[in-house]
Design a protein around this ligand. Structure first.
Ligand SMILES: O=P(O)(O)OC[C@H]1O[C@](O)(CO)[C@@H](O)[C@@H]1O
Length: 528
């Protein structure tokens, strides 16, 4: 296509939302009208299923759950008055809690006011808050935020070291929908230990955000934590940014949560339209379907050209991959679906892997996220008539062009400014696109059965570790690994036993290995 034809295609396919100042350009995805016509019946079906989902159908059949994240930003849509009141009440409770924290009316026992937030959670209970903090936290926030999103002891130590002597003025948010995920449970216990080491009362500085009646909810209530906020059964972890999970940490950092919700609501209204061309989420789903042949054959590389949006691709990784990455479709057929997502930011990544994107294996499509507004205030000229922001913009355009010339397709999402309203709209856009795409490929986008296997296997390893330690403590002489595995009741788990004892020895946990480490089968093990 020559440049005049491309310019025409750009205009033919451009989506623009005046209220949001939002543009979506799918002109550099090489689908044709025939493809759009061919997908239309699937889209018509998907729009109907999405409407049913929004009005309270059991859209997550395996878990027998409604899927209600759209109600969080427009409570009038909720299928009952109770739900509506619950959503509105939660937002009001968040605002009044945050107001008391900021004013010092609610303060820690050993300091005048809370200075820091320590958020403990993983997956959907961390990625949204982390993305929004990076994107929207003011330069001088009323409270700085720290995250523990793993069970890595050194990672936990690093966060606690950075908080240092401000632990006595740190508000701890323990976020877990199920209230039973091991990683945040471990993080919480480690932080409780740090509090007691410093003679601080954890319960007077802790807040739980969790499902009503969960273990965590019960613990928080029985120990008299500062407060709890609910995570509703009908909100999934990866779509929980507009629930208390995202709103509490955001509001504490001084981010305008009403603006985030309003932006999401406005995008929802735009993406509810049951037609492909006038609906930006449908256009995204169409482009994804085209690129990967409806089977995720191409990866989605997400490149925001704005530092503050760095974590968007990481956030989308869970939203897209946990939602769409499914072995079975809704009829039980093995389909092995999904779309792989990666990316960091432009232009930085141009100096890392864009070489491969331009010339190497063509197994991806790109999504550029463009932000029109460069900065608050005026820019200096780096060269005659050219600012740093002009460079960023030029590099985006240039990369899009160079990739297209080499048959690499791309989508460009353009927002006027990386503010609360637009970040809310961006999240809502992708939530809807993932939902529509899930219907197009007939998978349940709201469960995550595949994650359970790894969790169960990890629990089995920890049980085996307990048995191994018991055997070693009862034994006086060093045992060959195979014998140890046999005595621990796991003769077919020799490799697992070997890895357990190697880890225990490395951490001075009362275990010693003897022999040539390069030949594990000859090693013997004893307790110290
Ligand atoms: O909020 P929870 O229940 O601790 O779960 C955390 C994350 O773990 C998962 O269930 C996957 O294991 C995610 O879907 C979820 O966001």
């Amino acid at each position: 296509m020559n440049s005049a034809a491309l310019w025409q295609r750009y205009q033919d396919w451009l989506y623009y939302h005046a209220g949001l100042g939002f543009y979506l350009d799918v002109s550099r995805m090489r689908f044709d009208d025939g493809f759009v016509q061919q997908l239309k019946p699937k889209f018509d079906q998907a729009f109907q299923e999405m409407a049913a989902l929004e009005s309270g159908a059991i859209a997550n059949p395996d878990e027998n759950r409604m899927v209600g994240h759209y109600w969080l930003r427009d409570p009038d849509l909720a299928p009952s008055d109770d739900f509506k009141r619950d959503i509105e009440q939660t937002i009001e409770d968040i605002e009044s809690f945050v107001q008391k924290i900021h004013s010092g009316a609610t303060c820690p026992p050993q300091a005048e006011r809370f200075t820091d937030i320590l958020s403990i959670g993983i997956g959907g209970s961390a990625l949204g808050p982390e993305f929004v903090a990076e994107a929207l936290s003011p330069d001088l926030p009323p409270m700085g935020i720290h995250f523990i999103d793993n069970t890595d002891p050194a990672g936990i130590d690093r966060v606690l070291a950075r908080i240092g002597d401000r632990l006595n003025s740190t508000l701890v948010l323990v976020i877990s929908k199920s209230g039973g995920t091991p990683e945040p449970r471990n993080g919480m216990i480690e932080v409780q230990h740090a509090f007691s080491t410093h003679n601080l009362d954890f319960s007077k500085q802790a807040v739980a955000i969790t499902g009503r009646g969960s273990n965590l909810d019960n613990v928080a209530k029985s120990q008299g934590w500062l407060t709890t906020f609910p995570m509703h059964d009908w909100v999934g972890g990866r779509t929980s940014e507009f629930s208390a999970v995202g709103l509490v940490p955001a509001a504490l950092q001084g981010i305008d949560i009403r603006a985030i919700l309003a932006g999401a609501k406005e995008m929802d209204a735009a993406t509810r339209l049951p037609e492909i061309k006038g609906n930006p989420a449908a256009l995204l789903a169409l482009a994804w379907y085209f690129s990967g042949n409806g089977k995720g054959e191409k990866d989605m590389v997400v490149l925001p050209y704005k530092d503050s949006l760095l974590l968007f691709s990481r956030y989308l990784q869970q939203l897209v991959m946990e939602s769409l990455g499914k072995e079975k479709d809704l009829d039980g057929n093995a389909v092995y679906q999904g779309i792989a997502v990666y990316g960091n930011k432009g232009s930085t990544d141009q100096h890392a892997y864009v070489q491969q994107l331009r010339e190497g294996v063509p197994n991806f499509f790109l999504t550029f996220i463009e932000v029109l507004h460069d900065r608050t205030g005026q820019s200096i000229e780096i060269e005659l008539g050219v600012t740093s922001g002009d460079y960023l913009s030029g590099l985006l355009q240039g990369t899009r062009q160079a990739l297209y010339e080499n048959h690499r397709d791309s989508i460009t999402v353009t927002i006027p400014e990386a503010n609360a309203h637009n970040v809310g709209a961006l999240i809502a856009l992708y939530e809807r696109a993932v939902g529509l795409y899930g219907f197009l490929i007939n998978v349940n986008a709201y469960h995550q059965p595949g994650v359970e296997a790894g969790k169960k296997a990890a629990a089995a390893i920890l049980d085996l570790q307990r048995n191994v330690v018991q055997v070693l403590q009862a034994e006086k002489t060093p045992l060959p690994i195979a014998t140890l595995a046999l005595r621990a009741g796991a003769p077919d788990q020799i490799e697992a036993v070997y890895k357990i004892v190697r880890h225990l020895e490395a951490n001075q946990r009362g275990v010693k290995l003897y022999g040539n480490l390069a030949q594990p089968q000859g090693l013997t093990v004893s307790s110290l």
